[in-house]
Ligand binder design. Sequence first.
Ligand SMILES: Cc1cc2nc3c(=O)[nH]c(=O)nc-3n(C[C@H](O)[C@H](O)[C@H](O)COP(=O)(O)OP(=O)(O)OC[C@H]3O[C@@H](n4cnc5c(N)ncnc54)[C@H](O)[C@@H]3O)c2cc1C
Length: 466
Amino acid sequence: MSTLTSAAEAARRELGAGFAGQLIGPEDKRYDEGRAVYNGMIDKRPALIARCAGPDDVVRVVEFVRDRDIDLAVRGGGHNGAGLGTVDDGVVADLSLLRDVQVDPEARTVRVGGGCTWGEVDRATNEHGLAVPSGIISTTGVGGLTLGGGLGHLTRRYGLTIDNLLEAEMVLANGERVRASADEHPDLYWAVRGGGGNFGVVTSFLFRLHPVDVVVGGPTFWPVEQAAEVLSAYREFLPEAPRELNGFFAFHTVPPAPPFPEEIHMRKVCGVVWCFLGSEEEAAKAMAPLLDSAPEPLMHGPHSMPHPALQSAFDGLYPHGDQWYWRADFVREVPDEAVRLHARFGQEMPTLKSTMHLYPVDGAAHDLAPSDTPWSYRDANWATVYAGVDPDPENADAIRKWSIDYFEALHPHSSGGAYVNMMMDEGQDRVRASYRDNYDRLARIKAIYDPYNMFHINQNVEPDQG
Ligand SMILES: Cc1cc2nc3c(=O)[nH]c(=O)nc-3n(C[C@H](O)[C@H](O)[C@H](O)COP(=O)(O)OP(=O)(O)OC[C@H]3O[C@@H](n4cnc5c(N)ncnc54)[C@H](O)[C@@H]3O)c2cc1C
């Protein structure tokens, strides 16, 4: 019997009949499907995958690993680029069975299980013409995205996902179940709004909802050769645009499929992916200053659609299992030299799915002060991500190299840190740089709730030893 198999056997005996969910070890038929995470580059072999059926199962798993000093990874949607939802030789607390979504349209809140993905939440809330600000791909997990911050199409109007988090029900490292909110454990409530999975397992989230039903969404594309001109116009335009308008700048290769016109299939482009809250006429007015100052686009596609349709627009292009390697930064401005470098790297995208996104983090995200939540870059105007993506492992080196070269060239023009949800395993200095002055406070709260760093498979905040 292999070491992994015997560890799984021991866990089965120990967790045994009281465990309501599924226990999957290396000998199990479901093991390969169970250990796979979104990023195909990550290939880890846990000793046990514990699919928890409810908070009591989570408590059992936490107590089991605590008594044995085994590594514990907590998995929400499994989307993390660095593969932080799994671990070699340890136990994965897989929350994918915790998928309950309860909308309260009167109170304008939604309670969401810790293993939900955003598509499920968007569909349930859209039935009431409501939404939580989240990310741009519906298969991303609510857990990791929320705990790291959460930015997407609604950021400029309604803030980050954490700015709309009212409560988190959690299992702590000592096995205790608590609620973190403005009234209960306010220090913990502060910490989970950006501090990642460092403080415990969140079994359910309570979010504030906003009136978002039909939006005007879609891309405008220009030839990649015009990137310098378009980006120069965009960097002036976006910070002045109304909050109802969100538009992230992007490099893409046009996929060879509808709704894109055949004549631009497989063409490298730069573009803006829009989301406007209002009518098509109002959207055209809000976008006009950019469209009037930039060259004639190849395609201008924004139109009215239900919010969940925009939220899932990228899903087909980016399925589970592709190879991903990305780097990220926050930026306050995009100076001329940065524009020149972006234009160069955009033209050098190594594969069809590789991309760069420059996500706005201004507007409502600036309404909070840097110390109001751990997400300290409230003064940044954009979060950049340089993502090398391809289905073929043969191209792993090429996408990794492009992403790192791009990052290293642009990093001198950044604010220093990055959005933790878009980082790889980049070391402790980088985690500190991303939390800036908030790091020490996070470390003190970590020392209270997780003094032995049980929750360390994440962008780790080490407990303050002082
Ligand atoms: C294709 C793609 C698109 C993305 N788009 C966006 C975007 O638009 N906006 C954005 O903000 N981010 C985006 N991200 C980044 C995303 O927020 C992170 O990858 C995030 O970590 C994913 O969360 P998850 O639950 O799916 O990940 P997992 O891999 O399951 O977990 C990631 C981390 O969070 C912890 N965690 C997860 N759930 C819980 C929980 N319930 N309790 C405690 N800890 C938990 C895990 O332990 C781990 O450390 C995207 C990622 C991908 C791959």
